[in-house]
Every structure is written in structure tokens, then in C-alpha cells.
Design a binder for this molecule. Structure first.
Ligand code: ARG
Length: 414
């Protein structure tokens, strides 16, 4: 694939997007409106090599991209995504301000609001130009992982590399423990700013839930907790062929993301042995299914604790049933729903949800979607190297193959 988006592709993608928008009755686009706007877009592409989304297009586009996200079990709520337009934020302080507003709006007193904040797009014909804004963090809130001298990790092993990088950049965390939120790595024009230790400065933006179990009082002694808002900040949003490389978005958690992956995976917090011990299970053989029992109790603790704190959280049965209903309604209306079976199934009790028993069309809608991309650091480096050699980087900015192959889990259950 070519790094440069050709004008033809851009025209096709913008047209496909605009007609998807016209099919959504909420925007009441008449044939006339469509033609007028489409002519305008073509002219703009001809003159400038790109086009600018209106506020409405930005809103519909981000929502439609969510609906097209094959791995997400929550996208029946796609119309409820709120959009903050931060395309004009250029300076570090404006970016921090926009992200702070994101944290506040998303929190909404625990009734989590699905929200995306969209920063400036990349010019589709000038890919050697630095990205205006990027975030180096995978999520706006994530716990650090401090590598200890004995090789073990204090905190989240998934964050070891970023944690080390932040320390190298001058981050001085006040305390080190298992749940220290990472500072933000903000990039403008391909340059990284010093670590922004935002939750140390603005603790009101950090909401966490300490885990307790409805039946085992001793569970609290495990001193486990998790943050309330999952906000992916490393993916690119593409709307009608235009890439927004920085567009952090959040929904709310499904319990299993925390209870069956983040805290349970052996290469994450790996707490199942401790949970088993706490509830008195015999761990001498896997054959008595102690892991399975510990998993269920850990997941009950997660749901119970979020409920107790009054913070929105889905469970796999509820979300599974809602998504199934969505698939049926859409099918009746003749609207395709694509999906990725391996992600739509929860990491526990798959066959007890309707997704397990359904086949999904795995095609990826390319003109409007969320895509993995290389990191802010990698992109900046590639562009600088390219600029020096006078050549263009060969990698595609949003790589569909990579999208399929990557083992990481920004949506859904990982
Ligand atoms: N799985 C990721 C995590 O556990 C979050 C992905 C987004 N999840 C969501 N419910 N919107 O942190």
C-alpha cells in the first residue's frame, strides 16, 4: 500500500462516507444536500488535496466509525457517542485542557458518558509533515509497571516500556506501588513534551474503585482496584478517508476486561492464585478448576464493587443480549453488521452469550473506522528519517493487515 492517499481514493472514501451519513435519518440530508456537499468536497480536494469535515460530519463520522468497529461488543450504543471538537488545539496547554475536559465529561458523576475528543487531522497528501498532535499513551489512564531489580514488575507489566520511557524523560512519581497512573506523553509536531503528571496534579480526574466481594470480606485485603474510565488514546480515527491520528475515546467497562484479563492474565496482574487463597481453594491441581472458580469470584467482585460505587459497568450477559438484539434489528432493517467473533465473545463463559452461537462477517469498513497505527515515537522517527533521505516511509499509516493480526486488545475484553 502506498503511504500517500491518492485523490481518487480520497474522493471515493469521502463519497462512501457521505452516502452512509445521508442514509442516517438523524441528519435529514436530502438528495440535494448530498449533491451540494459532494460537489463542495470534490472541489476542496482538487484545490487542497484534502477536505474539512463539518461539525455534523465529525460527529456522525466518529459514531459511524464506532459502529464499524468489528471487535466492540458495546457499539449498539454508537449513536450516544458524544464528540468534542479539539481540531484547533495546537499547544501543549490547550491539549492538556481538552484532555482534562474529556476526563470530566466522560466521568459524569459515575454515569460514564461515551466520548471522543478529536484533534487535528493529518493532511492526506503531505504525509512527511509532522502530525499536529499525538499521544504516546495507549490509554489516558493506565497503571505504571516498574521493573524491579529482581526482574519482577511492580504494577502493570503491560506498561513496563512506557513507564521506563516516562522515567527516562524525567518523570518522578511521588510513590511507587501497584496502581500508579502514568503521566501523559503528549507530542506536538513530532516532538515529545516532558511527562505531564496529570493525575498527581489533578487527582479529581482519576476515579478508581477498590474491589470488595459480596460474600468474602477478606477479599478487600488483596487491596485490588481499577480505574473507572477506559479511554483508548493510541488509535487513529478515519472518517471518509481523512485520518485523525489523535482522537482519544472512551466507553465504559465490561467487567470481564478487568476481572478476566487485566487482573487475571498471567502476564498482567496475575492475581488468581491470591484470590484462590483468599477464598480457601485448593490450588494443588488445575483439575479441580480452582482457576475457573477464582475467575468467577474475581469477576463478581469487579461487578459488585463498581455497582457499589455507582459507576457504570456492563457485564457480558447484559452486553451480549443487547448486542444480539442490535444484530437482529439491523438485519431486519437490511443494514449490515460486521464483526470479529473472537473479540465479540467474552473471555469467560463464551457459550453462555449469544455471540458464541453466531457467525460474523469480518469485513472491515476502511473509509470510516478506528485503526491501529504505529506509535507517536515510531511515526516521528520514520518521518524524520524519511525527511533526511528525501524519501517517503513505506509503511501505511493505518494498516489493515496489522489491524487483523495484532494480538493486543484495545476494545472488548483485553
Ligand atoms: N480492554 C481495555 C482495558 O481493559 C479497554 C478497552 C476499551 N474498553 C471499553 N469498554 N471501551 O483497559
Amino acid at each position: 500500500m502506498n503511504f500517500q492517499t491518492s485523490a481518487t481514493t480520497l474522493r471515493q472514501q469521502s463519497k462512501a462516507f457521505l452516502s452512509d451519513m445521508a442514509n442516517d435519518p438523524r441528519w435529514a440530508l436530502t438528495d440535494m444536500d448530498f449533491q451540494t456537499r459532494w460537489t463542495e468536497i470534490q472541489k476542496e480536494i482538487e484545490a487542497t488535496g484534502t477536505y474539512t469535515h463539518s461539525e455534523k460530519e465529525l460527529t456522525f463520522g466518529a459514531q459511524w466509525a464506532w459502529r464499524n468497529s468489528n471487535r466492540c461488543i458495546g457499539r449498539h450504543m454508537w449513536r450516544s457517542l458524544k464528540v468534542h471538537d479539539a481540531r484547533s488545539a495546537q499547544e501543549n496547554k490547550d491539549i492538556v485542557h481538552a484532555l482534562g475536559q474529556h476526563m470530566e465529561t466522560a466521568w459524569n458523576d459515575g454515569q460514564i458518558q461515551s466520548l471522543i475528543t478529536i484533534f487535528a487531522p493529518r493532511h492526506p497528501r503531505r504525509l512527511m509533515e509532522p502530525d499536529p498532535v499525538r499521544i504516546g499513551n495507549g490509554q489516558l489512564i493506565r497503571y505504571a509497571g516498574f521493573k524491579q531489580s529482581d526482574g519482577s514488575v511492580q504494577g502493570d507489566p503491560a506498561s513496563v516500556a512506557l513507564t521506563q520511557h516516562m522515567l527516562d524523560q524525567g518523570w518522578r512519581p511521588e510513590n511507587r506501588h501497584a496502581f500508579v497512573p502514568l503521566p501523559w506523553s503528549i507530542w506536538t509536531e513530532d516532538e515529545e513534551h516532558p511527562p505531564e503528571d496529570v493525575f498527581a496534579k489533578c487527582p479529581q480526574w482519576l476515579h478508581e474503585v477498590e474491589l470488595t466481594h459480596p460474600e468474602w470480606p477478606g477479599f478487600a485485603e488483596l487491596a485490588l482496584k481499577w480505574y473507572a474510565i477506559p479511554a483508548i488514546s493510541e488509535m487513529a480515527l478515519v472518517i471518509g478517508g481523512i485520518t485523525y491520528p489523535c482522537a482519544p475515546f472512551n466507553g465504559w467497562y465490561m467487567g470481564t476486561e478487568i476481572g478476566a484479563r487485566n487482573l487475571a492474565d498471567e502476564d498482567r496482574y496475575n492475581v488468581l492464585p491470591a484470590v484462590a487463597k483468599c477464598i480457601g481453594l485448593d490450588t494443588s491441581s488445575p483439575r479441580n478448576l480452582w482457576k475457573d472458580r477464582a475467575l468467577v469470584e474475581l469477576n463478581r467482585a469487579v461487578l459488585h464493587s463498581f455497582d457499589d460505587a455507582g459507576i457504570t459497568m456492563g457485564d457480558h450477559h447484559e452486553l451480549g443480549a443487547q448486542f444480539e438484539k442490535f444484530c437482529k434489528v439491523e438485519a431486519r432493517g437490511g443494514r449490515a453488521v460486521t464483526g470479529d467473533w473472537s473479540w465479540l465473545n467474552p473471555p469467560i463463559s463464551g457459550p453462555s452469550t449469544p455471540q458464541f452461537h453466531r457467525a460474523f462477517d469480518g469485513r472491515v469498513s476502511p473509509h470510516t473506522n478506528y485503526f491501529y497505527q504505529s506509535s507517536a515515537a515510531e511515526d516521528a522517527k520514520a518521518r524524520k528519517r524519511g525527511a533526511k533521505n528525501g524519501s517517503t516511509p513505506s509503511a501505511d499509516p493505518y494498516d489493515l493487515e496489522h489491524h487483523h493480526a495484532t494480538p493486543r486488545c484495545p476494545f472488548g475484553h483485553g
